[in-house]
Design a protein around this ligand. Structure first.
Ligand code: NAD
Ligand code: UDP
Ligand code: UDP
Length: 323
């Protein structure tokens, strides 16, 4: 018999969260989307508002929340460096106070809770690729620390609540994820490069472009998060979720230019401080424990993302604005 579960998705109006809400509804669950629209937008979930199994609540998770649910996916947190810098205190509060509130809620209703942690817990990694056992290399007072240390503290809180209150927890360490519905001004590399390429404007390459990342398409990420939630109570993670195909940022720029048929040229800009030099997930644990691995190649995912931004720009220019 299919059991309809009540899932809470914090940050559900954001990029990854909105796809997760869709996926959970498609699987036959009730979804409560909680978001304060800091970086997310109603447009991401407008198509779900007519579904009687979907509810939207405007709420900031740094404040207590009393609802009845079976599963909590805690995704609320600005994720792009531009956005988390903008209000660093609120960023850390969202990770830390937000985690405490969601864990308190989980404890009261005896739910299962999943934390959207990040590869940023590894900082500028001295071990490559990064396995879950690596403790990281994080600057506690640098420009990224409001995000990195907030997320690290949230992981600590998850494991402390498990130890002290026997909560069912799951911690996913998400590596760079991209796809449609990324915020057009979000500042992350994939959306920046695609928007610049589509406008035939210079592509802003920070540093020499030799730094690496490994990009995961959003559909694969959502599958990974749902698979993690469905593991047995003993399995907590942390588990890396990401695509292990690594490329330099320079190579990414070339691919975006080629796939979008752009006339854009590269322009070098200063590398932000503490920008990790290399990043690639070791996904052996995800493979073994979740039977999960990403299925979408960078070319396939970029093509879908380019098609999305083409539409957004076309709509924007009709309304006299392009973002
Ligand atoms: P996003 O900015 O699109 O989504 C975050 C959502 O959280 C937004 O809708 C925002 O309005 C909401 N939010 C922020 N603060 C809130 C608060 N205090 N209360 C309620 N809602 C709040 O970013 P995303 O890329 O979809 O990221 C989702 C989660 O995944 C984040 O926790 C992020 O740290 C994590 N993550 C993402 C990536 C990535 O590459 N996309 C990588 C690592 C980790
Ligand atoms: N909390 C919440 N919703 C709930 C239960 C708790 O938001 O349904 C918040 C509550 O405000 C508290 C936090 O979660 O500050 C942590 O809860 P916990 O029970 O661990 O702490 P306590 O209430 O004992 O301080
Ligand atoms: N980057 C870039 N141009 C941009 C935006 C980002 O060259 O317009 C670089 C950035 O310096 C970093 C990489 O791309 O090395 C990924 O940046 P992003 O902000 O997307 O994610 P994160 O650094 O958090 O992995």
């Amino acid at each position: 018999m299919h059991l309809r579960k009540r899932a809470l998705v914090t940050g559900g109006a954001g990029f990854i969260g909105s796809f997760l809400c869709e996926q959970l509804l498609a699987a036959g669950h009730d979804v409560l989307c909680v978001d304060n629209f800091y970086t997310g937008t109603k447009d991401n979930i407008a198509h779900l508002l007519d579904n009687p199994h979907f509810e939207l609540l405007r709420h900031d998770i740094t404040f207590p929340l009393y609802v009845e649910v079976d599963e909590i996916y805690n995704l609320a947190c600005p994720a792009s460096p531009v956005h988390y810098h903008f209000d660093p205190v609120q960023t850390t509060k969202t990770s830390v106070h937000g985690a405490i509130n969601m864990l308190g809620l989980c404890k009261r209703v005896k739910a299962t809770i999943l934390q959207a942690s990040t590869s940023e817990v590894y900082g500028d990694p001295a071990v490559h690729p990064q396995p879950e056992s690596y403790w990281g290399n994080v600057n506690p007072i640098g420009p990224r620390s409001c995000y990195d240390e907030g997320k690290r503290c949230a992981e600590t809180l998850f494991f402390s609540y498990r130890q002290q209150h026997k909560l069912r927890i799951k911690v996913a360490r998400i590596f760079n994820t991209y796809g449609p519905r990324m915020h057009i001004n979000d500042g992350r590399v994939v959306s920046n490069f695609i928007v610049q390429a589509l406008k035939n404007e210079p592509i802003s390459l920070y540093g020499d472009g030799g730094q690496t990342r490994s990009f995961c398409y959003v559909d694969d990420m959502v599958q990974g998060l749902v698979s993690l939630m469905n593991t047995t109570d003993e399995f907590t993670g942390p588990v890396n979720l990401g695509n292990p195909t690594e490329c330099t940022i320079g190579q990414l720029a070339d691919k975006v230019i080629a796939l979008s048929g752009s006339k854009s040229k590269l322009v070098h800009k200063p590398l932000p401080s503490d920008d990790p030099r290399q990043r690639r997930p070791d996904v052996a644990l995800a493979c073994r424990a979740l039977g999960w691995e990403p299925a979408t190649s960078l070319e396939q995912g970029l093509a879908k993302t380019i098609a999305y931004f083409e539409q957004v720009l076309r709509r924007g220019s009709r309304h006299g604005t392009t973002g």
